[in-house]
Design a protein around this ligand. Structure first.
Ligand SMILES: Cc1cc2nc3c(=O)[nH]c(=O)nc-3n(C[C@H](O)[C@H](O)[C@H](O)COP(=O)(O)OP(=O)(O)OC[C@H]3O[C@@H](n4cnc5c(N)ncnc54)[C@H](O)[C@@H]3O)c2cc1C
Length: 396
């Protein structure tokens, strides 16, 4: 069998790449094949906090993913024993990935994109005239291949891309909502666990129509064993503080891959997108990024295929210049800063600067920042830095 464009992975990155490509080059639609290992609706361990910018991006090509969701209007940021709540209208929603990805796949199919479920790719082999995709017992020839197969990407491994510097683990459970859960419209980030390059979270969620709370821990880590123990102990303590027992809930743990700006994201005829390439290493946010990767890759592929230029040597540059690449570059820079020795000072600054957090919320939602908001946030950051310079770093 032969296809023009084979996309390995039917998560948000793979499906968005297919949708944006079909939008930019409608004549290719029937020659795009998405290979998905599982059958929809399939589970994906994820807390489901989705920035409204993903809905905006998909909305630009007429795709609306209508699934049960909890609307979110801001964040509660906890650090240094303090808490700051910042709201800014509806900034996004919390979805269940089982429903979200299923609906996105349904919409891709409705537009004529072929999705093969239960198609687990075992390996890929590049050749002069195309890429051979190995499925259990059969093979498929692709003119162009997109690796959208997530953190454990087979495409990435088969083609010898270097391992990532930013590896993370996340562990989560869904529990009942408690009277002590203060705000039902906020994403709570608790940065008090400084032993972790990460945080604890509480996100409101809807499980089969019932309001629940997804509680979890995210941390960067290179040592999977050690990180699992650490994550579990932090989650256990946080649940105990709330009068809950970790043992009573189904634990969902999975890895994540952070973006490295100068890594390689392509080979001739092959692109990596979404978590196969890398997402936000600071927070582990990756759904909206996956959609934005799809927007970037869809437009890029449409152009390259029309020119017959399949070397893809400039995909890394195109990605870095696209809004998703610029966003991830800033986050990679912020990651080193936030999880470094200045963390307590940055935390204190954030707690005193709701306008700075508001800029982040505007970015999350995809709404314009407004020059006033940006100016206030910039002035506050400049003053704080100048004060630190004059007085030196205060003791904790
Ligand atoms: C516990 C946890 C909580 C998270 N919470 C959030 C959150 O609240 N908000 C947020 O924005 N991000 C969150 N993330 C990150 C987010 O889930 C991912 O970044 C996002 O799913 C990446 O999308 P993707 O399409 O690149 O990859 P995936 O969603 O992983 O999709 C990859 C797809 O490829 C398929 N696949 C894999 N291997 C093969 C193969 N060999 N052959 C064929 N198909 C294959 C998989 O079945 C899957 O459908 C969380 C992650 C974890 C682990």
């Amino acid at each position: 069998m032969h296809a023009e464009v084979v996309i390995v992975g039917g998560g948000p990155a793979g499906l968005s790449t297919a949708l944006f490509l079909a939008h930019a080059a409608p004549w290719l639609t029937e020659r795009i094949v998405v290979l998905e290992r599982e059958h929809y609706p399939r589970e994906k361990y994820c807390a489901g906090a989705l920035g409204a910018r993903a809905d905006l991006a998909l909305g630009r090509i007429g795709v609306q993913v209508q699934v049960p969701s909890v609307p979110v209007s801001g964040v509660a940021f906890q650090a240094c024993g303090r808490r700051l709540d910042v709201r800014d209208g509806v900034i996004g929603r919390v979805v269940r990935r089982m429903e979200y990805d299923h609906e996105l796949a349904r919409q891709a199919r409705a537009r004529g994109i072929r999705i093969v479920e239960g198609a687990a790719v075992r390996g890929v082999r590049p050749g002069e005239r195309g890429v051979t995709v190995e499925l259990g017992g059969s093979e498929l020839r692709a003119r162009v291949l997109v690796g959208a197969d997530g953190v454990a990407s087979v495409v990435r491994r088969s083609l010898g891309f270097l391992p990532s510097r930013y590896r993370a683990q996340a562990l989560e459970v869904d529990t009942e909502v408690l009277a002590s859960d203060e705000a039902q419209d906020l994403l709570l980030f608790d940065s008090n666990h400084r032993e972790l390059a990460g945080y604890y979270w509480d996100f409101p969620t809807l499980v089969e129509g019932r309001r629940m709370m997804c509680r979890g821990v995210y941390a960067l880590s290179h040592d999977r064993e050690r990180s699992t123990v650490q994550l579990q102990s932090v989650l256990e303590r946080e649940l105990e503080r709330r009068g809950l027992q970790l043992a009573h809930y189904r634990k969902k743990r999975y890895a994540e891959r952070g973006f490295e700006p100068h890594a390689t994201f392509s080979q001739p005829r092959v692109l990596l997108v979404g978590e196969a390439a890398g997402i936000d290493p600071v927070t582990g946010e990756g759904i909206a990024q996956a959609v934005q990767y799809g927007a970037a890759a869809g437009a890029y592929l449409a152009e390259k295929l029309s020119l017959g230029d399949l070397g893809f040597s400039d995909w890394g540059r195109a990605l870095r210049q696209h809004s998703i690449g610029r966003d991830l570059r800033v986050r990679e820079w912020a990651c080193a800063l936030y999880y470094g020795p200045l963390r307590p000072h940055i935390e204190r600054f954030l707690l005193d600067a709701p306008e700075f957090i508001r800029v982040g919320l505007r970015h999350f939602s995809g709404s314009p920042w407004g020059s006033g908001t940006l100016l206030r946030a910039g002035t506050r950051a400049a003053l704080y830095t100048a004060l630190l310079g004059l007085r030196g770093l205060p003791r904790e």
